[in-house]
Design a protein around this ligand. Structure first.
Ligand code: MN
Length: 246
């Protein structure tokens, strides 16, 4: 039995290719896993749990539900795109919503799990938006709007964010080394797994003389992939092609 880690799948109604690939993951390698961690941005945008009935999400929710019904432990973390995933979504999937940073033990190894956006502390404009978007009052106001209006607002926000992103230097979009070191030190010099930056890698950090691994998950698009944890360690795996589905 293994534990799998994925993030940044960015499912969207106009990307049936991503949904098909994710469904072949759910129906393939995920069926062999005892635990599945989705570390943020499963959805490219989540407008609120009242959008659960959207036809694009139905097979996804069903696929996740099938795994949890089969006994797999399903853990879902918020990303910067789907921070409005709520308890109704979690109930529908049989999943557990994770806190934004979680320390857990995977195959005997203490591991810190994060989406990773909170490590990108050089992006001050993003941090200001993150603070606003995670404010319960802002969320309540947004969720009170009609779904269609939320959809429009989300599209506007996304367009504005990709316009800004085009102007930001690449290093601002990556994690800040000091913030990573602080997080690893606070957690007690552990292993860190996160996504968000779409820069898959295995890094080594020396924190007060202790070597700590930092694994960055790939985004769920070609070449894409996920991490598999076995008693021997973590292994990057390619995403299955839709024909691999069992
Ligand atoms: Mn992200």
């Amino acid at each position: 039995m293994t534990t799998l880690f994925v993030s940044d799948i960015h499912l969207a109604p106009d990307r049936p290719d991503l949904s098909a690939a994710f469904l072949s993951f759910l129906g393939g390698p995920a069926r062999e896993a005892s635990g599945i961690y989705i570390l943020g941005d499963l959805f490219d945008a989540w407008l609120g749990d009242d959008d659960l009935a959207h036809p694009a999400w139905r097979p996804i929710i069903q696929g996740l539900r099938h795994l949890s019904d089969g006994g797999a432990a399903l853990h879902v973390q918020h990303g910067n795109r789907d921070f409005l995933l709520g308890e109704a979504f979690a109930r529908a999937c049989g999943a557990r919503l994770m806190p934004e940073a979680e320390l857990t033990t995977i195959e005997g190894e203490t591991t810190l799990l994060m989406h990773g956006d909170q490590l990108c502390t050089e992006d001050h404009a993003y941090l200001a938006w993150r603070k606003q978007a995670r404010d319960p009052r802002w969320q309540a106001q947004f969720l009170a709007l009609p779904l269609d209006q939320r959809r429009l607002l989300a599209a506007e926000l996304r367009a504005a964010s990709s316009a800004q992103k085009a102007e930001k230097p690449a290093e601002i979009m990556d994690v800040n080394a000091h913030t990573v070191a602080a997080a690893l030190r606070a957690a007690g010099q552990v292993r860190l797994i996160h996504g968000h930056t779409h820069r898959p890698a295995r890094h080594e950090h020396s924190i007060d003389g202790v070597r700590c691994e930092r694994w960055v998950l790939p985004a769920w698009g070609p070449p894409g992939g996920y991490l598999e944890s076995t008693p021997g360690g973590l292994w990057p795996r390619p995403w299955p092609s839709p024909t691999d589905s069992r």
